[in-house]
Every structure is written in structure tokens, then in C-alpha cells.
Design a protein around this ligand. Structure first.
Ligand SMILES: [Cu+2]
Length: 306
């Protein structure tokens, strides 16, 4: 125990002097809530702690490993466009390894080292999870399952993974690479710095969908206009809502139709008109259901007063 404490103190002193950051060590203050859930008063947290139960398929612990992982803004500096990162993006361990993670949060915000996809009979929600508000350190232990599999490790604080705090942990050979791991795999939604409006629009899924099918155009207009029609609560708002939708469709359709029918065979023109009518009917149905909803809600409003 004394040995452990002094080793911990040494690590603490060493990292504090090297990094010039004073980490609050949460590992000694944790309260065990059972089920591998440990917490302290400062919000340090370990979930899915498992130091002794072997996952199914493991006859014994193959190896005992300890790693130190840092999380912070500065580790993202080498990845253009990223804001947060771990200092390591890929981990690799033998199946059935007993792994202790010493997690250092270098930032003055909250970060997590959250691993997903673990067997749920052993790890609540299939997760092993370290979390601490920095600058601070927290440690936890788990036993990795057997087999070749790639596990997602990330920080689940809103937008931290999207901003770069994402890694993969391969057990055995793993089973492939995950997308958007900084420095390892391609970003799923690559940024385009050309700056032209058309490329910006194509990069959004909604615009791509609208461009892919001509018939989708009136539907898009209806979708955009619908919230406008739903907002007002007065009776006469139905008329202004319809007017707004009509105007929106008219504006969108006029140049579209002119372009669309140019150089078309009669059969193609008919097919296009059919498409438009079909999506137009869908739009009218939606409009009617909106009106009915509004009438129903008005009725409800009036009834209690009488
Ligand atoms: Cu984070």
C-alpha cells in the first residue's frame, strides 16, 4: 500500500514537473457504488471497472498492461480543424488483457475516455468509462474480451468527438478501422475550402437529396414552409401560411420548370409533370393535416372557456 502510494506520488510529481500542470489525482478519493461504478465528490468517475471477472472466452488474463492517456486541446494542434484530442489515437492489446488506464485531463473542462462495444453482461451498457474535470487524473481497470475487434474510444461531451477526441482500441488484430480518427483515418465529412456556394450546398445531405431527385424540390419547399405555417395560432394564419408556401413553391418552381422542360421529349415532359403532381399531392395532404391539426387545437382551446 505504501509502495503503491509512493509510486503514485512519484508519477504525480513527475508528470506535474514535466507537464507543468498540476493534476488533481482522483484515483484515491473514489467511492465504490458497486457494479464497477466509482465516483468522487469532485465529479471524477469510473464506470465499468472490472479488476477480476474474466469475460466469456478468456481462460485467464493474458497480460497485465498499464497505459497513460492524456486528453486536451494541445494534442489537437497537429490535426488541422480539430479542437480536442487524446495524445494517442490507436491502442493495441492482446485479447484478455487486464488493462489499467491512467487518464490525465490537461484542459480546464471535462473530458472522458469512453470505450464502447464491450460485452454487456460484464460492462454496463457495454462501456468502460473514465471521466474527470481537469486538470486532473483518474485511473480505472478493465479486462478486455477475447477475439479480434476494434473498439471505439471517445469523449462523449457534446461535440468533443466531432472536434477530434476519438481513438480506436484494437484487441488482437481488430476488425478494421473506424472513420474520422485524427491522423489515422479520413474525416467522414471532409471540409471544402473552395468557398463556392454550390460545393457548400452539395456537402449538406439535405441539398444533395434535393439535387438527386427533381421531384424532391416541391417537397423541400413544403418542408421549409411548413414550420412557418405552424407557428401562428390565429385562425386567419392558415391563409397567410398557405400564401407563404405558395410563394415559396412558385419561386422555387418557376426557374426549375423553365430549365426542366427545355429540350425534353413529350414523354419526358409528361413523366416530369406526373412526378410533380405526385409530390404535389403529398404536399397537399400534409397541408390539410396541418389545417386539421390547427382546427382541432383551436377547438380544444375554445371548449374549456365555454
Ligand atoms: Cu472531452
Amino acid at each position: 500500500m505504501v509502495k503503491l502510494l509512493s509510486a503514485g506520488a512519484l508519477i504525480f510529481l513527475f508528470s506535474a514537473s514535466v507537464m507543468a500542470v498540476e493534476y488533481e489525482d482522483h484515483s484515491g478519493m473514489l467511492m465504490d457504488h458497486g457494479d464497477g461504478h466509482l465516483m468522487d465528490m469532485a465529479g471524477g468517475m469510473v464506470m465499468g471497472q472490472n479488476t477480476s471477472t474474466l469475460p466469456g472466452g478468456c481462460d485467464s488474463i493474458s497480460e497485465t498492461k498499464e497505459i497513460t492517456v492524456h486528453a486536451g486541446h494541445k494534442y489537437a494542434e497537429k490535426f488541422p480543424g480539430r479542437m480536442f484530442a487524446f495524445d494517442t489515437q490507436e491502442f493495441n492489446f492482446k485479447p484478455c488483457t487486464k488493462l489499467t488506464v491512467h487518464f490525465f485531463n490537461d484542459d480546464n473542462v471535462r473530458h472522458q475516455w469512453m470505450m464502447h462495444g464491450l460485452p454487456k453482461y460484464l460492462y454496463p451498457k457495454g462501456m468502460f468509462h473514465l471521466e474527470v474535470s481537469g486538470p486532473a487524473k483518474i485511473s480505472g481497470t478493465l479486462i478486455l474480451p477475447p477475439g479480434d475487434k476494434t473498439y471505439l474510444v471517445h469523449c462523449d461531451i457534446a461535440q468533443h468527438m466531432e472536434k477530434g477526441m476519438k481513438a480506436q482500441l484494437k484487441v488482437g488484430k481488430g476488425d478494421g478501422d473506424l472513420p474520422s480518427i485524427p491522423g489515422i483515418t479520413a474525416y467522414v465529412v471532409p471540409d471544402d475550402y473552395k468557398g463556392s456556394l454550390s460545393t457548400v450546398m452539395v456537402s449538406t445531405a439535405a441539398a444533395a437529396e434535393a439535387a438527386s431527385a427533381a421531384a424532391a424540390k416541391p417537397a423541400t419547399a413544403a418542408d421549409k414552409a411548413a414550420p412557418v405555417a405552424q407557428q401562428p395560432k390565429e385562425d386567419d394564419s392558415a391563409i397567410s401560411g398557405v400564401t407563404v408556401i405558395g410563394l415559396a413553391i412558385g419561386l422555387l418552381l418557376a426557374p426549375f420548370l423553365a430549365k426542366k422542360f427545355k429540350g425534353m421529349s413529350p414523354a419526358e415532359v409528361i413523366a416530369t409533370i406526373f412526378d410533380l403532381i405526385r409530390s404535389g399531392i403529398g404536399f397537399v395532404i400534409r397541408l390539410l393535416s396541418n389545417l386539421i391539426k390547427r382546427l382541432a387545437s383551436n377547438k380544444n382551446n375554445i371548449l374549456p372557456r365555454n
